[in-house]
Ligand binder design. Sequence first.
Ligand code: GDP
Ligand code: IMO
Ligand code: MG
Length: 423
Amino acid sequence: MPATAVLGMQWGDEGKGKITHLLAADAQLVVRHNGGANAGHSIVHEGTRYGTHLLPAGAFYRGTRCVLAAGMVIDLAVLAEEARQVGEALGWEPPVLLAENAHLVLPYHRIIEGLEGSADRLGTTRRGIGPAYRDKASRIGVRVADLRSEELLVERLYIGLTAARSSFPEAQELAALSAETMASGLLSLARPYLGSIVDAGLEIEKALTRGEHVLFEGGQGALLDIDFGTYPYVTSSSTTLAGLAAATGIPTSVVEHRIGVAKAYVTRVGAGPFPTEIDDEERANAVRERGQEFGVTTGRPRRCGWLDLPALRHAARLNRPTQLAITKLDVLSGEEELFVCTDYELDGRRIGRFPLDAAELARCRPVYESLPGWDEPLSAVTSAEALPRSARAVIAAMEDAAAAPAAIISLGPAPQETLRMGF
Ligand code: GDP
Ligand code: IMO
Ligand code: MG
């Protein structure tokens, strides 16, 4: 079986959780490869809604193995609690393998995120993500492999904690931490996983050689990518197909199916330029309410905007989707008129590209085409042909922008509210 990747094509929250859960029904291995507990993936499994942050969607199928790969920053406390909750609800403990070269989010990372003010400035999720990736790049991070030896773990934590304290010498919360206490806390959280620390790339390779279906579950979305997103209003990981390859050591050529997930409109959480943001508050509220656009991780209301084709073209260039999964078309039911941004105007000129410079993007004005809306609910529609004409026009515009056919059209949160066209 081939490898399949599910990748976000916008600013996150596209519905990757729903789509991965759908496809995981016939996968043997499901792999998360970027981000950490900043991700919030909402999944409806057998009628019950779950919010996952670290557990891959494969956790819901007995016998499917899950991997948290390098490229991730893992908060063991969140993982343990999530595995307990999901395990209790399902009646079995989902088997999770941890990559030995994945990094850990440590107690001081969350503290630093609070101290440096990035939560206020950028609207980060306060999950310690930025500081954990910074330590990784500075080579003072603590990796999953370090859990194998308490002595080594204390040594690594001491280095990280010393650096944290030197940045914030006045911080009482940092002064109160000790490497020894953190090590024993981490080891107790890690106990269930100590036998499951692996070379994740090798596990994936072996699964592929056995002919198993390997499914990659992306976190965040292309526009939040550390290099190709709207920096500095981005997350700290590589959220694209290239990030998947860097994290797992599995070349992109092996990932035969690349499912780009995109909503029929756009949302973003936190600060940063958002050219198609709906500025009419009443209208934005209506979309937010119908789409239940509130963060799984933080509960924050998401900013809502019209479909942005320049941004989708940019994401498609990065992820090269072979198919699209278009989500939340049903949320547009009831809008009198819909808008689709086809290009940006900058200083009075159409530019035909998505600027990487956030300051430039903030000056862009969307060029809109409008479509008549529709009233009827879509969740019971059983074929793409039966969708209203404007809904089909939205799909066609997205297919054209992404140069990929829509293989999945999602019309509600539940798996059965989905049209699948050959995938
Ligand atoms: P992710 O981070 O990409 O996994 O997306 P989230 O789970 O954070 O946010 C997507 C939200 O939309 C969740 O509440 C899903 O249950 C919900 N959802 C997914 N697909 C659809 C859809 O087609 N229609 C509607 N109405 N909701 C959807
Ligand atoms: P999923 O996987 C939406 C956003 C935050 C903030 C910025 C940086 O559910 O799609 P961070 O805590 O990562 O340093 O925050 O990135 N962000 C997300 N927005 N969905 C996500 O994940 C996100 N993960 C991070 O809101 O603007
Ligand atoms: Mg989410």
